[in-house]
Ligand binder design. Structure first.
Ligand code: SF4
Ligand code: SF4
Length: 385
């Protein structure tokens, strides 16, 4: 097992810089493209020491049908600011579907060398097997951090903030944990793959209720590995399954459900995020959260539902906990948009807008990361003019 000689931690001072999505004046500097440039400069988080250094710009490329991801234009503005400091950025994600097909998805969603101004790289290799084993702690154990991320000297984490059916909310912390771990592992099936976070029971990842199952085949169609099959009218998961959890998430009747508990899942997310942070030297990860087209579900789903709140803006911070808490608070303080999932769930039993989406404590994994000392629950927000 390899470890970076790290001075663990981040720039965890609780500072969050924010620009509003509203346009007060009709000028480029008040556009989102102009604002993200000014926001990066104001934060002073991109330092001169970046010159000549490799920087992983980590994002989620989306999926076929999930179109509400971060606009390539805004990715290119981040890349240009890095290049201005002399850095060598590349734009990366870990694979979600088979090999080169994921590069096709990235291109279809607009992420190419030309649009992003930097190479597009699959962080865990063309087959999702290239990772470096790192011990994340008692809940998930050893995970394989995507090698292109592990080997980078700096990272900028671009997160599209949204709801999430398993964690309630997905932002910087989730992008660090799920997003930076290899899809598979060369050390053996299930040894260090992302699927370890979704399912503690690797040979039987999901519960299936035959009575509830309508044999609609949606789980079969959504699987990126062709790993769900029906044999003699019984559901089966083949060796190809990498426990991404998609099949259970799309099941319309609740016949197929995950076996993992919230205790394990949310704590596991935090421990793995902390392990990924630990592969970088202190202060070498910067987080940018996009509260734009805030969808109710993950960008790996086969479709993007309508936004749950109005576009709010963009945040930047050196602190993963502070930026996610600020994002969660801002989404929860927003009005639920009509004709959205949040609008449908308005007034239901849970207190906050995000918690109500799936009856989940949506900030739990962020609080768990704070309890590991990797960030500040208290934040101070500085707003761009
Ligand atoms: S999606 Fe659910 S209901 Fe449909 S076939 Fe699969 S398990 Fe059965
Ligand atoms: S978890 Fe479900 S969707 Fe994902 S690879 Fe396994 S069978 Fe396919």
């Amino acid at each position: 097992m390899w470890f970076r000689k790290s001075k663990k931690g981040n720039g965890c001072d609780g500072m969050v810089y924010f620009c509003d999505a509203r346009v007060p004046k009709w000028s480029y500097q008040h556009s989102l493209a102009g604002k993200i440039e000014r926001l990066i400069d104001k934060s002073a988080l991109l330092r001169d020491e970046l010159g000549g250094k490799t920087v992983a710009v980590k994002m989620h490329f989306g999926s076929e049908g999930a179109n509400r991801t971060i606009r390539p234009l805004l990715v290119s503005k981040v890349v240009d600011r890095l290049k201005k400091k002399g850095a060598k950025p590349f734009v990366t994600d870990t694979v979600r579907i088979k090999g080169v097909d994921y590069l096709r998805v990235a291109a279809d969603n607009g992420y190419t060398h030309l649009s992003c101004h930097a190479p597009i790289v699959l962080g865990d290799g063309i087959h999702g097997l290239d990772g470096v084993p790192v011990d994340s702690g008692p809940t998930v154990g050893v995970i394989d951090v995507a090698s292109a991320i592990y080997d980078s000297e700096y990272m900028v984490v671009l997160s599209h903030c949204k709801g999430h059916i398993q964690s309630g909310y997905g932002g910087a912390v989730k992008n660090l944990s799920m997003g930076c771990v290899a899809a598979g592992s060369r050390r053996g099936k299930d040894e260090g793959s992302r699927g370890k976070m979704h399912s503690p029971v690797m040979d039987s990842p999901f519960k299936w209720d035959s009575e509830k199952c309508t044999r609609c085949n949606i789980c079969v169609e959504v699987c990126p590995r062709d790993a769900v099959i029906f044999e003699y009218d019984e559901i089966k998961f083949t060796e190809e399954c990498w426990k991404c959890g998609r099949c259970a998430r799309v099941c319309p009747t609740g016949a197929l459900t995950s076996t993992i508990t919230q205790d394990k899942f949310q704590r596991g997310l935090a421990e793995v995020a902390n392990a990924v942070i630990g592969t970088f030297e202190k202060g070498r990860i910067i987080y940018i959260n996009f509260l734009l087209e805030v969808a109710p579900e993950c960008d790996c789903m086969p479709a993007s539902d309508t936004p749950i709140v109005q576009d709010r803006g963009i945040m930047i911070s050196g602190d993963p906990v502070a930026i996610d808490m600020a994002s969660i608070d801002m989404i929860n303080a927003s009005s639920a948009l009509p004709d959205s999932l949040a609008g449908e769930k308005a007034g239901r039993e849970r207190d906050t807008l995000l918690d109500r989406l799936y009856s989940i404590d949506s900030s739990r994994h962020v609080r768990e990361l704070a309890s590991l000392g990797a960030g500040s629950m208290k934040y101070r927000m500085i707003k761009l003019d």
